[in-house]
Structure formats: C-alpha cells, structure tokens
Design a protein around this ligand. Sequence first.
Ligand SMILES: Cc1cc2nc3c(=O)[nH]c(=O)nc-3n(C[C@H](O)[C@H](O)[C@H](O)COP(=O)(O)OP(=O)(O)OC[C@H]3O[C@@H](n4cnc5c(N)ncnc54)[C@H](O)[C@@H]3O)c2cc1C
Length: 439
Amino acid sequence: MTAAADSRADVIVVGAGSSGCVVAERLSRDPARQVILLEAGGDAPASASLRLDHLPIGAGSDRVVHYPTRQGFDLPRGKGLGGSSAVNGGYFLRWHPNDFEGWSPDVWPMAAIGSAYDHVDGGVGGGGVMNVSEFADDELHPYACAFERHWKDEGFGVASPPWPAVGVVRVRSNRDGWHRHSTAVLLQEALRRPNLRLLSHSQVVGLRHSGGRVSGVVVGEQVLSADEVILCAGTLGTAELLARSGVVEIEDAAVWEHREQLVRFTPAGGLPGHARALLQAVLHTRDGLEIRCYNDDFAEFIDGLPHSSPAFGVALMHPELPGSVSWGPVARLRIDLGEVSGGDSEKIRRCAERVVSMLGGADFEGLVQPGSPWVEPVIRTSQHAWGTMPMGERTDWLGAVDEVRGLRIVDASILPTAGSSGPHATVMMMAWHIANTVA
Ligand SMILES: Cc1cc2nc3c(=O)[nH]c(=O)nc-3n(C[C@H](O)[C@H](O)[C@H](O)COP(=O)(O)OP(=O)(O)OC[C@H]3O[C@@H](n4cnc5c(N)ncnc54)[C@H](O)[C@@H]3O)c2cc1C
C-alpha cells in the first residue's frame, strides 16, 4: 500500500473506548469500507489488570488521563484500548425505560433501544457482545446482603433483569468471573479484517476542516483523511478536540455528572472478608437517587488513595443543574462541575440521613460499629461526565454535528438526558444503534 493510501480511509474513528470499539467493529463489517481506529493510549490491558477489585486510576497509572476540575477533584478517564471500560467500576446497568422520554421516538423507538441493549448485554440470559451477568446470592458481600434485606423490609420491590426499576437492583457487571470485561474484546476478531486498522499510541491533536467540512485528523506530524470522522474520544476527550480545533463553539458547554455524597462508617470488629467487587447492589429511589452499597474503603480498590473507611453513596441521578466546560487560555480544558441546586441538596441530605439510620439498624448489627456512621459534607462525583454535545441540540439524532459535514460524535458527549443508572451500558447501546443505522 502506498503512503498516500495508508493515510486515507472512508471512516476514521477517534478513540477505542466503550463507544469507539463498538463503532469500529460494526462499520468494518462491510469489507468495502476502509476504517482507521485511532487510540491515544496503548494496547488492551492484560487480564490481571482487569480485576474487578482493582481500578487502575490512581496517580501514576498509564491507563488514565486526569482532568482537573475547579472543585479540586480530578476526573480520571480511561486511556488505551478499551478506554474507560477497562478501568471503571464494572457496574453495567441499563437505564430505566422512561429515561428515554426526551429522545426522538422516530430514531430511538423503545423497540430499537431494547434490541440494541440486547445486542450489547444479551438480555436476561446474557450472551451479548459483552459478557454481562448479575452477582449471584453466594457472591454477595455481607454489606450487600444486609443492604438488600433492609430495603426489601422497607417495602421496596426487587427489579427483574435486564431492566432496572425503582427498588432494589442487583448490579449486573461486565465481567468474566472476577475480571472486568473491557470493550477491547469486541476487536479481537474484527482486527483480522484487512479493512480495519488500529493505530494505538496515536493521539489526535486536531481536526482538518475548511468550508464547513471536516476532511481528516492530525496525529503528530501526519494528516489522515477520510470522508467521515467519528469522534469517540469520550466526553472530555471529544470536548478537548473540538475546542482545540475550533470546529464548533464549545465555550461554556454544559457537562453533567452524577454528584454523590458518602455516608462513612467504622466496621464492627474488622472488615467482613475481602471484597472482590466494588459495587454489587443499589437502590433506585422514587425521587431519582441511587443509593450505592460500596463493599469497602475506596483505598482497597484504587492505588495511592489514603485509607479512610467504607462508605455508602447517595448519588443524584437526575441533577437539576449542569457544570460547564470551556477552553482555557493555556490550551487546557477547564471543567467546572457547577453547583448542586438547593432542592437537590435537600434531597441528598434527607436520603443520607436514611442511610445513617439504616446502618444503625438491626440489618447491619455486627457489621457496623454503633454510632459510627456520619455524612461526609463534600459532594463528590461518579466519574460519569456526559452531555456536552447532546443529540437533538448540538447534533442530529444520530450524532452528526450540526452545520459541519463529515463529522459525527458517538460517545457519552451526545447523551441528551440523564439516566437512572450509570452510563456505560447506555453508551454502548447508543453506539451500536447509531453504527448499525448508518452502516
Ligand atoms: C473511573 C471510572 C469509573 C466508572 N465506573 C462506571 C461504572 O461502574 N458503571 C458505569 O455505567 N459507568 C462507569 N463509568 C463511566 C463509563 O465508563 C463511561 O461513561 C464510558 O466508558 C464512556 O465511554 P466513551 O466511549 O464515551 O469514552 P471512553 O471509554 O473514555 O473512551 C475514550 C477513548 O478515547 C481515547 N481518546 C481520547 N482523546 C483522544 C485523542 N485525542 N486521540 C485519540 N484517542 C483519544 C481515550 O484514550 C479512550 O480510550 C466510569 C468511568 C470512570 C472513568
């Protein structure tokens, strides 16, 4: 192949994370379509570094990029084949059906959403492109057992997979046993196709564009051209690339997060055994909160964190206010997570009090030191950043960027509404439906 042919494709996909692997795999099924997949980081992680009890996001990890925020927290995002799917918490839940009410029913009818989720998670019995299974009773940590018992006694129903609902939700996880299943597995077979080329260690630093058309990308000194560029660089990676290239106005774009408050406690008489997964059970409340039963101190899962205590989380799944991203004067993305509204703060506060009382009750006797639970005042994040370029507002309902030809976005940036669960399963569902529609 000549150098010129080498630097040209029909489609360039930027980012080989949760969405990029889905898109590149689907589009390269047509042998006549030349696809280049560009990834800033390295190859797929070895299976040992995919352990569910280890999130490789601490300082010094080469599998993440840390984005500072105005609030002083860093937001880590996955880097390398698999992207954030190779470093995340491994919780893989669909959204609730009514979370899609704001989506265009023409492009996103519920039947299509259901079948795209089935493609990804395999539905009730599994067998989708990701190995997804819920934790079995005998795999549950004692905290998760007590947590589920408590909320059932309080009258909450138990959601039946594969759709979560208000009530107790047993976590489904993208996993093989106790190892996280990253989206990199989608490429194992696909990379044998001569029309799909993966270039790792290839950070895209700019988009080539003129006259309202994007015609390629810049990687180091090299320009790669294509009829269409599909950005799958993640909410923050894509915002950075758009801002750096000046293709669209990104000044003060909204960014959404699931803000979370922790209720900490001291375990009674030492920890009840090693936790093999961070999160196995959650409660979805009627007013849009997710109570998360974390199985241990985060420092047990993330290298370099100072030791503290185990915690339960109260996360705001449908926040009233967004944060913002803008392009800083020193060529850096500025991220402001924004304020939590008065109404939302009150909602979290009341729920955190319920968690304190749960931890002081009979279900947690022998697990929690009496009198120890306390609400940490700081409101953190869930690392779920989404929605800077929402479909229906900044792009069409298949991610094509308004008024720019040759440019599509298919990652968490285009989620147009908040979901009652984390975004991972939905990002993959959305990527599949879009790629399958435009292929
Ligand atoms: C620590 C952590 C824990 C999380 N836990 C959960 C969870 O348990 N459950 C859940 O539902 N969600 C979770 N999430 C969120 C979920 O993982 C993400 O929403 C999802 O993976 C986003 O997919 P994406 O395709 O948008 O981006 P990513 O998967 O982040 O992929 C982006 C890819 O693009 C690459 N890239 C970026 N910029 C460039 C560039 N300029 N050139 C080339 N390549 C580039 C990156 O290296 C990366 O590989 C978590 C996220 C993190 C970071």
